[in-house]
Design a protein around this ligand. Sequence first.
Ligand SMILES: [Zn+2]
Ligand SMILES: [Zn+2]
Length: 237
Amino acid sequence: MKRILADIHTHTIASGHAYGTIREMAQAASERKLQVLGISEHAPGIPGTADPFYYRNLGVIPRKLYGVEIIHGCEINVLNGGKLSLDEEYIQMLDYSIVGIHRQCYQDEGIKINTDNLIKCMQHPKVVVVSHPDDDNTPLDYERLVAAAKEYHVALELNNSSIRKKDIRLNCIENYKKMLCLCRELGVPIVVNSDAHDPSQVGDFELAENLLDEIGFDENLVLNTDIEALKLFIENN
Ligand SMILES: [Zn+2]
Ligand SMILES: [Zn+2]
């Protein structure tokens, strides 16, 4: 498989339960020979995460650290009712947004309504990635999800940390296989991310890459193997 050159779902100490600074994360990305590092702190809804005021001052951070380009995102929670957990004024300060369901601030409503809620959030123009759509504790309809990803120009994530935690994420591997087969059929791009909560995890894609190899996934659909394609995808959203 082509080398993955960007990790755009990572957390720093600002997320409250992650342990590296932006510089430590960037240094780790540099050591892993990544070209782009996306920092995507948790939005309100996750205990101890940054106040949205944090996003106002992102401009002070150099765009290049240790030779790695830094882009600024946020992992916004899907709330019941299909609402995003970050106010619009802050979303506009970001380079990109990720949306994902977290059980700390989401009550399972069954496969149909969970999917409705997620799809509603995917329609926001800043949203470019759905994080870890893999856990049957909040089940999703993969046929509808992949079709919506195509329609709204959103990439679906294969999350390396989810695979590491597969024992607590119900049917994680089976769900990824289902999702990836549908992505291949419909030509929907995916993003492989570490979801690092510590510098030691930045750029660790091993379990995800093994899964892609196992099912013979089309490497051309892995958006973050091509930096130009990834940037175009974010800009044209
Ligand atoms: Zn998450
Ligand atoms: Zn995350």
